[in-house]
Design a protein around this ligand. Structure first.
Ligand code: CDP
Ligand code: CDP
Length: 212
């Protein structure tokens, strides 16, 4: 049987990781959150006081080293911005591209990121593009990072701005920009909770599987 690769792409805080992890559990496949690879390189650059534009060679060397992807401190706002800057570097992308392909090639996998369906696995079995309005995504990220506490108006506005700035940078970079693959199924999730999104995604995958 052909190796099953499920690509989950989309903008920041759309629910890619949550969906990909749940799909992996349901389908018995390994899961790779590729944003963590870029975040781990960014964290090391910040610790060393390095700038990915200036110290591009060091960024590539870091991308080739194994990293602890389970650290909680990879998801802080400072690393959001630094990861997006690191992700513009061609050498970093090339090093991480190979690691992503190696991860999935033997077993199949559910992989989430920005360029999985377009660049990393252009022949993925199923491609999902998960999205929601910037406001919904900012609110989700706040609730996720603050144990379900609602933000005040100004905090939410700042978060919306940060998310829009990062999406703009990710969508406009020269290499592997954030974009929906032509053959991806778009999941608009503003009005759906994680469980409903999972059910829709499983339905799409099973239909595709039955169709051969
Ligand atoms: O979880 P969130 O959507 O906020 O971000 P992430 O998926 O952890 O990705 C962090 C940053 O890494 C993104 O803003 C992108 O710049 C970069 N990234 C990328 O360029 N390509 C990927 N496949 C995954 C992430
Ligand atoms: O990986 P990405 O940055 O796209 O998002 P995430 O970290 O998977 O999800 C951000 C937050 O949104 C998590 O707390 C999810 O529980 C929540 N959420 C979701 O993933 N899907 C929905 N339909 C609604 C909320």
């Amino acid at each position: 049987m052909k190796t099953l690769i499920i690509a989950v792409d989309g903008p920041a805080a759309a629910g890619k990781g949550t969906l990909a992890a749940a799909l992996a559990r349901a389908l018995g496949l390994p899961h790779l959150d590729t944003g963590l690879l870029y975040r781990a390189v960014a964290r090391q650059m910040l610790l060393r006081g390095m700038d990915p534009q200036v110290d591009a060679g060091d960024a590539v060397a870091l991308a080739l080293q194994p990293a602890d992807l389970a650290r909680d401190d990879l998801r802080v706002p400072e690393i959001d911005r630094a990861a997006s800057a690191v992700a513009t570097q061609p050498g970093v992308r090339a090093a991480l591209l190979q690691r992503q392909r190696d991860f999935a090639v033997a077993t199949g996998a559910v992989i989430d990121g920005r360029d999985i369906g377009t660049v990393v696995f252009p022949d993925a079995t199923v491609k999902l593009f998960v999205t929601a309005s910037a406001r919904t995504r900012a609110l989700r990220r706040h609730l996720q990072l603050h144990d379900g506490q609602m933000p005040d108006g100004a905090t939410l506005e700042r978060l919306v701005e940060d998310i829009v700035a990062r999406d703009t940078k990710d969508a406009n970079r020269a290499l592997s920009p954030l974009k929906c693959a032509e053959d991806a199924v778009v999941l608009e999730t503003d009005d759906f909770d994680s469980r409903q999104v999972l059910d829709r995604a499983l339905d799409i995958i099973h239909r595709r599987h039955r169709a051969g």
